[in-house]
Design a protein around this ligand. Structure first.
Ligand SMILES: Nc1ncnc2c1ncn2[C@@H]1O[C@H](COP(=O)(O)OP(=O)(O)OP(=O)(O)O)[C@@H](O)[C@H]1O
Ligand SMILES: [Mg+2]
Length: 466
């Protein structure tokens, strides 16, 4: 404003009375609040009641430091520094506001302050919703990326739980390379299935995948099984000799299962093949070059074996280039029902009707600890599909040990107030949503919840709205 127009304005305003000034203030769409030096609210305009829903008489004359001890206006009074477009929160009303404020000086002393602000709760709420939606979108995108990265051959490996992602994504990355891979994990987690998926996801997929179960072959035979022999290598050797598993895998992949069960003597022999990718047959003198990819697997604690000297360190490091860890089923319960349904489909393929799991069975399967992992689940589903006589698997069709587990289940403490209240709250929210055809706004009004606490509860109680 230039000096001239300022002078005109002052002249005009002088002619007006105070009432007119207040009228102007009351028609401003923002809240105008004036405090004296004690933080007493000496003036608020009409917008206050309109925007915050609190009558002017309720606050006028009260001290702000008693109502909102953390309000920005109090800070302005204290510091004498004006603020511009700053976010603040009115804790007493649970509202977010944004505005500006400046101190009033008289003879160099702070005598009060003016605060001009507006309610931005809706914007904050929308922002929060947006943030939540973004998180969901990011999560789904992440999941999609993970799935897209997996080669087709990984379809054989059922289960996409978050606990598996890292392993599957790494397996997918390493599959097309020739790198040595070692798969770790408890018995029955599907190490064999993953090895096949990796082989089928590589350029060697049309060449053989030779599987050697190192634990199942007697020590005396393992060497000739793996390395082959020349005619006359030992008494009883076949005429014409025999190709070993390594040579049979030429161009393809050799899967050395249960490698932790190999003797130290065999480990030493294996080391040179893993290192040099060449071998000599038993009784032979020729060095045979191999084009093979090695995948090993074990459920043994190799690190412990290293410590006690029952696994060779050099072999360990040769094999441990890309370790893939498959978590036990109890650490990825999200996969249980997918796997169960998959097996069920396989075992009931010939039936004319579709066989499904009863809700009680589903609950029991998800809650069980599966010490035998996926293999045990596979056996349970096979058992159930044999004894079932209708389209639904019931609890009575499950093996006794699973049913027993259920009987031993510890009863919840029925006097735990927090759990009981939470349970009741959840039921009430679900009922209200159901009654109102999932209309969230109607449900939240009916329940008397603010938008944010309504959504917080949906999230906390894992209530999904379709
Ligand atoms: N993710 C999976 N998808 C489909 N089938 C699976 C999966 N995991 C395991 N299986 C099935 O479970 C059984 C056990 O799997 P697998 O033999 O691969 O386990 P493992 O980890 O090699 O166990 P072990 O250490 O005892 O040899 C197999 O019949 C396999 O088909
Ligand atoms: Mg196996």
């Amino acid at each position: 404003m230039n000096i001239e127009s300022h002078a005109i304005t002052t002249q005009v305003i002088k002619k007006w009375d105070q009432a007119l000034l207040f009228k102007i203030l009351d028609n401003i769409q923002d809240i105008v609040m004036v405090l004296d030096s004690n933080t007493t609210i000496v003036y608020i305009n009409n917008a206050y009641a309109k925007i915050l829903g609190v009558s002017v008489s309720k606050v006028l004359g009260r001290r702000l430091d008693e109502i909102e001890p953390n309000a920005l206006a109090i800070e302005i009074l204290r510091s004498g520094v004006p603020t511009h477009n700053v976010r603040d929160r009115l804790e007493s009303l649970g509202l977010d506001v944004m505005g500006s404020g400046f101190p009033l000086f008289e003879e160099g002393k702070i005598v009060g302050c003016v605060s001009i602000f507006n309610n931005i709760s809706e914007v904050v709420e929308l922002n929060r919703d947006l943030q939540r939606t973004k998180e969901v979108a990011d999560y789904l995108q992440h999941k999609l990326n993970q799935l897209e990265q997996l080669p087709l051959s990984f379809k054989e490996y059922v289960g996409r739980s978050p606990a598996l992602w890292e392993t599957l994504a790494l397996a997918a990355k390493v599959a097309p390379t020739d790198s040595t891979v070692i798969i770790r994990g408890e018995s029955g987690v599907g190490k064999g299935v993953l090895a096949r998926a990796i082989h089928n996801g590589s350029r060697r997929k049309d060449k053989p995948l030779i599987i050697v179960n190192c634990a199942a072959i007697p020590e005396a035979l393992l060497e000739s099984e793996l390395f082959g022999y020349e005619e006359g290598a030992f008494s009883g050797a076949k005429k014409g000799g025999k190709l070993g598993k390594f040579e049979l895998a030429h161009g393809g992949t050799i899967f050395l299962d249960e490698i932790g069960d190999m003797s130290l003597n065999m480990q030493a022999k294996l080391l040179s093949v893993v290192q040099e990718k060449e071998l000599e047959r038993l009784g032979g003198t020729k060095t045979i070059k191999l084009d093979i990819r090695i995948i090993a697997a074990t459920n043994r604690d190799l690190e412990k074996m290293l410590a006690v000297g029952s696994f060779r360190q050099d072999l360990y490091y040769r094999l441990n280039i890309v370790p893939l860890y498959l978590p036990p089923l109890r650490e990825r319960r999200e996969d249980i029902l997918t796997l169960a349904q998959n097996f069920l489909l396989q075992f009931t393929e010939e039936k004319e009707y579709n066989v499904t799991l009863s809700p009680q069975v589903a609950e029991l399967l998800v809650g069980y600890d599966w010490p035998g992992n996926v293999r045990e689940l596979q056996n349970v589903m096979e058992h159930a599909s044999i004894v079932e006589s209708g389209p639904q698997i019931e609890v009575r069709h499950l093996p006794v040990n699973l049913r027993e587990g259920r009987m031993e289940e510890v009863q919840e403490n029925p006097y735990d107030l927090k759990t009981a209240v939470a349970k009741f709250e959840r039921e009430l929210i679900v009922a209200s949503l159901e009654k109102n055809s999932n209309n969230r706004s109607v449900a939240m009004t009916e329940l008397g919840l603010s938008r944010s606490s309504f959504y917080d509860k949906l999230h906390r109680y894992n209530i999904k709205i379709s």
